[in-house]
Design a protein around this ligand. Sequence first.
Ligand code: FMN
Length: 405
Amino acid sequence: MKIGDTLSIGDIERLAKRRLPRVIFEGITSGVEDERGVTRNEAEFHRYRLLPRHLIDVSMRDQSTTLFGRSYASPFGISPTGVAGIFRRDAELMLAQAATAAKVPFIMSGASMVSIERIAQIASANTWFQMYAARDQKISDDFLRRVRAAGFGTLVLTVDNPVLPRRERDMRNGFRLPPKLAPFALLEALMHPNWVIDYLRQGGMPVMETWAPYAAPQASAAEVARFFRTQSPTIQTWRELEGFRRAWSGKLVVKGIMRPSDAVRCIELGVDGIIISNHGGKALDRAPASIEVLPHIKAAVGDGLVVMLDSGVRRGSDIIVARCLGADFVFLGRATLYGVAAAGLAGASRALDILREEIDITLGLIGCPRFEQLGPDFLLSDDGEHRAASGGPLDVIAERRKEMV
Ligand SMILES: Cc1cc2nc3c(=O)[nH]c(=O)nc-3n(C[C@H](O)[C@H](O)[C@H](O)COP(=O)(O)O)c2cc1C
């Protein structure tokens, strides 16, 4: 299969699986401990069905969405994925380019292998910067300076990794910073010669350019990676968040919020938005799925905060479900990472195109021409619960169900 023949994110994932050595591919798919969180993230989306409204003119459909005063062509963007350059050299640049072409936001990871300055050259208007605060405050301050100079308007603070989670699969595979692959993994890699040849020809593991200025001069890729690990993860508290709010005058987003009370506290501190996230199942294995907590958080914050979500999104219809439950915007991590790993820029763009088309078709099929008009009225959950206020169309179904029992 070629990238142009892929029809779904699942197809793109299979293509990435073929290209990458198994332990490298699993660095994308892996979760933590028993990896139940990864499965839960997707399963919770499947609990919802969309209730179509028919005999509506859906000849013109519009999924453009306004976020922080900017109009985006679609209601989704690219989540930050660190060390993407391991999967393909300069993957971060390709993700930024694909997002720019699709007119959606790209969140550059603070653990990127491409520098802030190189990303800024090709995509500053739609790039947000995700920061892992450093143990050394001077480094964090310098990151803010560079991000400001790059012209990125939005800073994202990730708070769900205060300590290093146990990614057991990665530990068994030797997938870490810098990678130290077990002999079985090296043998298996020979079955993916194209990836191995590209990796070796380009000099092996790329340097984490975002962190290189703070490591020793002329430090190797492995030394910069080790330096990064001495600075991150770091414990952050509400006090540090207050400090970031004072120091950063642009939009401030906190990523990894799961509790309604934490979301309310973010409003009190002047945070502009949150991304409900469990790091795609790569942080706490027993965390709830983002889509499970979304309605509770939305009920707690109302319109006081921009509420975004990631973790487990694989279809355009997942994005529609999230919107019906109150999300203002949705992000995806693995979907575009599979794309860029499988086929570079063309692969990342293909993933975005597929999601865009799936949203477009779903809007038509459910009789809602504008994405921004979606609401709970379109949702039916597994337990037969209809999300609309009483008096809504499904009260009739609820009555019928009772009659059938
Ligand atoms: C390989 C990989 C690297 C990641 N690196 C980061 C990172 O550097 N910073 C961060 O905030 N989240 C990181 N994440 C989490 C993503 O931003 C996002 O929350 C998650 O992938 C969403 O789930 P999904 O993959 O099911 O879409 C990473 C995820 C993956 C798969």
